[in-house]
Design a protein around this ligand. Structure first.
Ligand code: NAD
Length: 349
């Protein structure tokens, strides 16, 4: 049954790892390495059952294949999970054990931080392997690159919707004034947009309001604002049965991962006539930044790569139109086409 699951989702390899000394229990899932080594972070979480942990690793690693493919990077998709309480002080033992298993794969899998792990943890991983990115002081804060990519996704969506990518005078509601929300707000402000913002953290709201002149509203009011564009930049699952009826915008484009609570919510946006820039296409700047660390790119080069998200989003919209499918499905199709094209390349020497 395990093999059926793995084969059904298209995985190449799933490694179950254990270290007696530290009590480390990890799963490394490599989904697809057609485009390059499988890149994806390490999640540290108290899963209720082993099966839940495996399913999470399988699901997240497949997601990384799609994300890395549409980002136009030479990277496959992978992800690992460590089972346990992520507040444990016993970090060196656990993350060095994890690093040894990552190293044993000889570069087929490259890890980075994710939920429950920090750059400090990745430094422990790095003591055992070079196949790790996101080290303290390496490629730096990814959020300006992510925000720039989201900005380009918003411009592309505006172009598709209104025939011009100018954001001058457009009203944009941003949910979340964290790392990405802050940088996005500044870029949108420079482009002449009017901003409405909300965050549960009053200090973060204040910083954006002071620097961009945004209007702030309560967190439960942001989704229902009358605006041109809604940019979710907080947590995932924000587009759901409760929020879709409240939306009064023409475009949804933001940074948050997994914005659609379920796939069907993408269909519902479509039915409501709202253009959705798929989350993992719009926020690909994050993974571009990780790649920049591996490839030795400058910040300028990463920003140039994130610029391309504009064309990728337009490509996704074209596929959606041609194939008569919602945009979230078109993003998957774009990724699958790139992987299939690379796989079919015939070496002629
Ligand atoms: P962050 O933690 O710095 O910011 C998130 C902000 O959302 C916080 O300020 C938090 O207080 C706020 N928030 C939480 N719940 C809220 C609510 N109900 N209403 C309003 N605000 C709320 O995180 P970030 O790095 O800015 O990332 C934002 C999103 O983008 C996340 O979903 C993240 O997974 C995704 N993302 C980030 C990057 C990156 O480079 N940082 C890359 C890809 C994707």
């Amino acid at each position: 049954q395990l093999f059926d699951t793995i084969a059904g989702m298209g995985h190449e390899q799933v490694v179950v790892c254990h270290d007696k000394a530290s009590g480390y229990r990890g799963i490394i899932a490599i989904h697809d390495t057609t485009l390059g080594p499988a890149l994806g972070g390490t999640r540290f979480w108290s899963y209720a059952t082993d099966a839940e942990a495996i399913v999470d690793a399988l699901r997240l690693s497949r997601g990384m294949t799609y994300k890395n493919a549409v980002a136009g990077l030479n990277l496959g998709g992978g992800k690992s999970v460590i089972i346990g309480d992520n507040r444990t002080p016993n970090r060196e033992m656990i993350f060095r054990a994890h690093g040894r298993f990552v190293d044993s794969l000889g570069g087929r899998y490259v890890t980075a931080e994710d939920v429950g792990t920090s750059t400090g943890d990745m430094d422990f991983v790095h003591m055992e392997t070079d196949y790790v990115a996101g080290l303290a002081g390496a490629s730096g804060d990814p959020s300006p690159v992510t925000a720039h990519g989201v900005f380009r996704a918003i411009q592309a969506s505006a172009f598709r919707r209104w025939g011009s990518d100018s954001l001058e005078g457009k009203t944009i509601a941003i949910q979340g004034c964290g790392n990405v929300g802050y940088h996005l707000a500044k870029e949108l402000h420079r482009a002449g947009a009017k901003l409405i913002v909300a965050d549960i953290d009053a200090e973060r709201v204040k910083r954006v309001v002071n620097e961009t002149g945004a209007r702030s509203v309560a967190t439960d009011e942001i989704v229902g604002q009358q605006a041109d564009i809604y940019a979710p930049c907080a947590l995932g699952g924000g587009i759901n049965d409760r929020t879709i009826p409240q939306l009064r915008v023409e475009i949804v484009a933001g940074a948050a991962n997994n914005q659609l609570l379920e796939d069907r919510h993408g269909d519902e946006l479509e039915a409501k006539g709202i253009l959705y820039a798929p989350d993992y296409v719009a926020n690909a700047g994050g993974v571009i930044n990780v790649y920049s660390e591996l490839a030795g790119w400058s910040r300028e080069r990463s920003l140039r790569k994130a610029d391309e998200i504009y064309h990728t989003v337009l490509n996704v919209f074209d596929i959606a139109k041609q194939d008569g499918i919602p945009t979230y499905q078109a993003a998957d199709r774009l990724a699958e086409r790139r992987i299939a094209a690379v796989r079919s390349m015939v070496k002629t020497w």
